[in-house]
Design a protein around this ligand. Structure first.
Ligand SMILES: [Zn+2]
Length: 431
């Protein structure tokens, strides 16, 4: 079904892959008639469980609810192997119902393992082939992430989520995600988590994926870094994973080659950068260096709340973030989304009189951001000064007057290394 919205009218652009779906919300009542030996999972809740489930399956599934700490094997490895070759004559009809979802997907097969657990009454299911052993951890991974995203973005609204192992590299539908089996634990977690994150963007916040992949892939990827940091907390991977965004920036944000984030997916050459990584870096910087964590998190959650089951355009996101933070952020979106502006903040020089030290700063490229100045004095004391972005309203040069009798030994911009500054050699002055 095509979406009719009040911006474009009928949205009839076809699925491209690079630009995905733009879908309306609806209620589904689907009956699937499949070979009797098949296991099926789908968007929605199974409406005829007594006709479908064996008594043993029902009893095992019930244990997932009575003991939420546990991951229950509803179909064990040996049972799955036996099921794969056991002939079952005839067919069975599975009926699924779902309300308020933008799509419907299903998976079916024989000889699958089935694990189940619950979080806050929500059923977490994983289906996988007996030889896909990394998936023995998948249920716990999905459950952890369901809880994490529910806290960060608002509670997961549906009764179940199914993760299905298979050939698909990673694909999301309401309540169903598809992921391959990956040997490296970090990779396995990342794909499961990423597809689960799509249950918020775009399954709940129904943005136009066909025109603006950065509003679903990008917002999701931003949330993914938080989830990965939480899941792998205290490990080298967890403590450093977000840094890869700055590495990607250095490798990809090349003048003449990089395209603005707003570029139509039909024309994008580096989709992983413009639709996934750059938006994640953008929101990390907005949160950590411009708005502040608490205020940002509240505003971002408010965006999810206001636009749930609706169709936000980019401007709706900008307005919600401005409205919820009380800040004019137009300058920020303009730089990050509509241009390929790069950042080069510099300390040009320092001059001192008896009671004032003049620190001459410049903004040598097109992007503007606030300045964090790390000051070290001759007596070895240090302090940090944060200068608001409005400093650049006066032009690309700014003189910071430091009234202190103490003698300055060094001034350094961007000590926290969260900015993608393209020329770090001009960021410091030393006496
Ligand atoms: Zn994705």
């Amino acid at each position: 079904m095509a979406v009719y919205d009040d911006v474009h009218g009928w949205n009839t652009l076809p699925f491209l892959g690079a630009g995905e779906f733009y879908l309306e919300y609806g209620d589904f009542d689907v009956s699937l008639t499949v070979p009797a030996g098949f296991m099926v999972t789908a968007t929605g809740a199974l409406a005829n469980p007594t006709a479908i489930r064996t008594a043993q399956e029902r009893a095992r599934l019930a244990r997932a609810f009575t003991d939420p700490g546990q991951v229950v094997s509803v179909i064990t490895r040996s049972e799955a192997i036996a099921n794969a070759t056991r002939p079952v004559p005839g067919t069975r009809t599975w009926r699924f119902t779902a309300s308020g979802v933008r799509d419907f997907a299903w998976a079916a097969g024989s000889g699958l393992r089935w694990d189940a657990s619950t979080w806050d009454g929500i059923l977490v299911q994983t289906f996988y082939h007996p030889d896909a052993t990394p998936w023995e951890d998948a249920n716990a991974m999905v459950k952890f992430t369901l809880r994490h995203f529910s806290g960060a973005l608002g509670r997961y609204p549906w009764p179940q989520v199914s993760a299905v192992e298979g050939l698909v590299e990673g694909m999301e539908y309401p309540m169903v995600i598809f992921c391959p089996s990956l040997q490296k634990r970090e990779d396995q977690y990342w794909v499961l988590m990423h597809e689960l994150g799509h249950q918020w963007f775009p399954m709940q916040v129904g943005s136009d994926e066909r025109r603006y992949p950065w509003m679903d892939e990008g917002f999701n990827t931003f949330a993914d870094y938080d989830a990965a940091e939480a899941f792998f907390k205290g490990t080298a991977y967890g403590d450093t994973v977000r840094r890869e965004l700055l590495g990607a920036y250095a490798a990809t944000a090349i003048p003449g080659s990089e395209q603005p984030m707003i570029t139509k997916p039909d024309e994008v050459r580096q989709l992983y950068w413009t639709a996934y990584q750059k938006p994640a870096l953008m929101l990390s910087i907005l949160r950590d260096a411009v708005v502040g964590r608490e205020e940002f998190d509240r505003a971002f959650r408010e965006y999810v709340r206001r636009w749930k089951n609706k169709h936000p355009q980019p401007a709706d996101f900008f307005r919600t973030m401005s409205n919820a933070t009380g800040r004019d952020l137009d300058w920020f979106w303009r730089n990050w989304i509509y241009t390929t502006a790069r950042l080069d903040q510099a300390v040009d020089s320092v001059r001192a009189t008896s009671d004032t030290t003049f620190i001459y700063l410049s903004n040598r490229a097109q992007m503007v951001l606030p300045v964090t100045l790390d000051l070290r004095y001759a007596d070895n004391t240090t302090e940090t000064r944060t200068l608001p972005v409005e400093m650049w309203d006066l032009g690309s040069r700014f003189t910071y007057r430091l009234t202190s009798a103490k003698r300055l030994a060094s001034a350094t911009i961007y000590p926290r290394r969260v900015y993608p500054d393209i020329a770090r050699d001009n960021n410091s002055w030393k006496r």
